[in-house]
Design a protein around this ligand. Structure first.
Ligand SMILES: [Zn+2]
Length: 430
């Protein structure tokens, strides 16, 4: 049984030493949105992460952009017209008059209707779509959108605090230029919305590492491997509570190495949900910040066009810490251990120690070595079968025209204006 030791073996990957051009997407409005009172999902954490990123000076090593918010039309590349129409139309005052739609589109306590909901979705989705477009145009090697990663949203349904699936929209954009896209999900929850969207195609491989067994959303069994052309292109790694850094990195690296060797993707999307961290309000994994960031470091070492998105994460101070550290990993700078003095320093968020690290706890790891070895063996057996299928380049529902029609010059002008965002927002106390 592997024990829960600090992940001190972490070291920044400087593979190839080639300069990786990093595009970072941030909209300073994002932290102003709030789900209903008491809801665990807090967009404010993106502003906290951004503040750390700026105050560690990481903006000097990447290009900072504010993406054009996604339009309704762009969202319907994946979502149904009627669902998006309703999402943009409904308000907290009118939702009670639409009982049929409440049920049909899954609006409830988990997925409430709140002021500014559709604008928030536009910011999240716009970031991932422009991140993908910049990767397509080879304007950057790695793109980051911490406001994205909303992996549970379905075609015509809100799900798991997610309403618009920015990841699916981003992957659809990547598929215009990349024959095979790999999606990796290290959120503590199964990446069900993304898996479902690409369940029947071999042009996207989805790989989800998640807590499984009496846990939301209940899908992600190891036997769920995709169907039709997509058979063996959905990979599920179901895990028990207590996953620690050592066991997680062992499983993650084995599986991802297998995927890289056998599937040979042309681009990667890594969902970095922070609810797999130790001490999360909803998840029961035991990863430290460094154990979580090891996944970013490892994926980066393959030198493929890569998009990083956020996702879950319900202990805000730890999510902010980890996404700031991971931004450093991407640009090749290990930040910390002290926190910089920033807008939130005096707000007790980071008390009492004011250091960057998120440490693991002493919770038991319910994943035995035997169990993890069995899971890896089964998963890798399936991955190896993807070699026998030559991915078909046709996929009828992939648009053959840009998702962002006005990319190129106009997009460049807008994007360049947003260099070195100053984050002028006032701090908000939760
Ligand atoms: Zn989650």
């Amino acid at each position: 049984m592997l024990t829960s030791t600090p992940f001190d073996s972490f070291s920044l990957n400087h593979a190839s030493q080639s300069k990786r051009r990093v595009a970072y997407f941030y909209d300073s409005d994002v932290g102003n949105y709030a789900y209903v009172s008491g809801h665990p999902m807090k967009p404010h954490r993106m502003r906290m992460a951004h503040s750390l990123i700026l105050n560690y000076g990481l903006y000097k090593k990447m290009e900072i952009y504010r993406a054009k918010p996604a339009t309704k039309y762009e969202m319907t590349r994946f979502h149904s017209d009627e669902y998006i129409d309703f999402l943009f139309k409904v308000t907290p005052d009118t939702i009670s008059k639409h009982l049929t739609e409440q049920v049909k589109y899954n609006f409830n306590d988990d997925n409430p209707v709140w002021d500014g909901l559709s604008e928030f979705c536009s910011i999240s989705a716009g970031g991932s779509m422009e991140a993908a477009a910049r990767l397509n145009n080879r304007k950057c090697d790695i793109a980051i959108n911490w406001a994205g990663g909303l992996h549970h949203a379905k075609k015509s349904e809100a799900n798991g605090f997610c309403y618009v699936n920015d990841i699916v929209l981003g992957i659809l954009e990547l598929l215009r230029f990349h024959p095979r896209v790999l999606y990796i999900d290290i959120d503590v929850h199964h990446g069900d919305g993304v898996e479902e969207a690409f369940y029947t195609t071999d042009r996207v491989m989805t790989v989800s590492f998640h807590q499984y067994g009496d846990f939301f959303p209940g899908t992600g069994d190891i036997g769920d491997i995709g169907v039709s052309e997509g058979k063996n292109h959905s990979v599920n790694v179901p895990l028990r509570p207590g996953m620690d850094d050592v066991s997680y990195s062992r499983v993650f690296q084995r599986v991802i190495k297998g995927v890289m060797d056998w599937y040979r993707p042309d681009a990667v999307v890594l969902q970095c949900g922070g609810d797999s961290l130790s001490g999360d309000r909803l998840g029961s994994f035991n990863l430290s910040m460094r154990g979580h960031a090891n996944c970013v470091n490892y994926v980066k070492s393959f030198n493929l066009p890569t998009m990083l998105v956020g996702g879950g994460g319900y202990t805000m101070r730890n999510v902010a810490r980890t996404w700031a550290f991971e931004t450093g990993v991407v640009v090749g700078e290990e930040v910390g251990p002290d926190l910089p003095y920033d807008d939130f320093y005096g707000h007790q968020y980071y008390a009492p120690d004011y250091i960057l690290d998120v440490k693991p706890s002493n919770m038991p790891n319910q994943n035995t070595d035997t169990y993890l070895t069995q899971v890896c063996t089964k998963v890798l057996d399936n991955i190896k079968k993807t070699m026998t299928f030559s991915p078909s380049v046709q996929m009828t529902d992939v648009p053959r025209y840009p998702l962002i029609p006005a990319l190129d010059e106009e997009f460049e002008d807008i994007a360049d204006d947003e260099d070195e965002d100053e984050n002028k927002d006032l701090p908000v106390r939760e």
